[in-house]
Design a protein around this ligand. Structure first.
Ligand code: GDP
Length: 327
């Protein structure tokens, strides 16, 4: 029924910090109607700490989420959790059903839990997630946890929306090989070896340590924390590692860079979404008979006002966070 509620009424409730206004605001954004809303509340964002949590299914991410929420609440922080499954077009029901471990927090008015879909959002699920994080931030939530289901490329991208990324792994699963393969090493600010009660836990820790020894880090050196999410063991240490990373970001001024990256990322998602629509419409409506694909691409881009090869000149390489020693 959100369409029956006007923007003014929604903004008023948002300012009064009514949770249902936040829920509604995210739904608006999710379905592609977030622009005006975000224009109004944007100035209030920029205070929250955002944490990405990624790792293979079954590693214990939702158990870890619940434990992190518990810890954050115990030190008086308000918390938002965004569960993201980029492969699923469905939101609420299915995913939240799985997120049963968060149920203890459902009744806490200072914990806001949301699963994401991309219905109609210009920037897809990453765009919808970025909006949800921004809205939670503007709403005044202190800690925003973005939990993704796996370690594919889109999960990495979504986790990177956050100021810090926790990569969860479990012993005895061959995950460490996966870590290297998927390029996760470069995005992890904190490795969490969960299920530390497992007999292979120490071996896993050694494997990660020796992988890290092969790398030279330019700034933050990833921390490695052993946890037992079910019992809560190691969660204090994990929270300390998170705090150390926050301190590092603040002391080095890198927090500004992180905020800027998140901003640029979001702008890019939106602009790309717009361009994609425009391009699809344009290409459907025409037939570039006799043109080769390069010439046809050149022509349509020219029509969009993009001139020649200069477009490639300003491409900025990704900042390398870690390089292999000796290379
Ligand atoms: P997700 O798919 O990554 O979100 O994983 P879940 O949080 O759903 O956890 C998967 C399974 O691992 C569940 O049965 C949990 O109870 C179990 N689990 C989570 N943490 C631990 C732990 O520290 N030790 C053990 N032995 N099991 C755990």
């Amino acid at each position: 029924m959100s369409s029956l509620v006007g923007l003014d009424a929604l903004l008023r409730e948002f300012e009064e910090r009514k949770m249902r206004a936040l829920a509604r605001a995210i739904s608006w954004a999710e379905s592609g109607r977030g622009a005006e809303l975000i224009r109004h509340v944007y100035a209030r964002a920029g205070r929250a700490m955002t944490i990405g949590l990624t790792g293979p299914p079954g590693v214990g991410k939702s158990t870890l989420s619940a434990a992190i929420v518990r810890k954050a609440r115990s030190v008086g922080k308000t918390v938002g959790v965004i569960s993201v499954d980029p492969s699923s077009p469905f939101s609420h029901g299915a995913l939240l059903g799985d997120r049963i471990r968060l149920t203890e927090h459902f009744v806490d008015p200072d914990v806001f839990i949301r699963s994401m879909a991309s219905r109609g959002h210009l920037g897809g699920v990453a765009g919808a997630t970025a909006d949800a994080a921004l809205l939670m931030d503007a709403f005044g939530i202190d800690v925003i946890l973005i939990e993704t289901v796996g370690v594919g490329q889109s999960e990495i991208e979504i986790a990177e929306l956050a100021q810090k990324t926790l990569v969860a792994l479990q012993p005895g699963s061959g995950d460490s090989v996966q870590v290297l393969k998927a390029g996760i090493m470069e995005i992890a600010d904190i490795f969490v070896v969960n299920k530390a009660d497992h007999p292979m836990a120490n071996q896993m820790r050694r494997e990660i340590r020796s992988m890290m020894e092969m790398l030279h880090f330019t700034g933050w050196v990833p921390e490695l924390v052993m946890t037992q999410a079910l019992s809560g063991q190691g969660i204090d240490e994990l929270w300390e590692a998170i705090a150390a990373h926050v301190a590092f970001l603040n002391e080095t001024g890198e927090i500004e860079e992180k905020r800027r990256e998140a901003f640029v990322h979001q702008v890019k998602q939106l602009a790309l979404g717009e361009l994609q629509h425009k391009l699809d419409r344009e290409l459907e409506a025409r037939a570039d008979v006799g043109l080769d694909p390069y010439a046809a691409a050149e022509r349509v881009l020219l029509e969009f006002g993009m001139h020649g090869h200069e477009r490639y000149e300003h491409a900025r390489p990704n900042r390398a966070r870690a390089t292999v020693k000796g290379l």
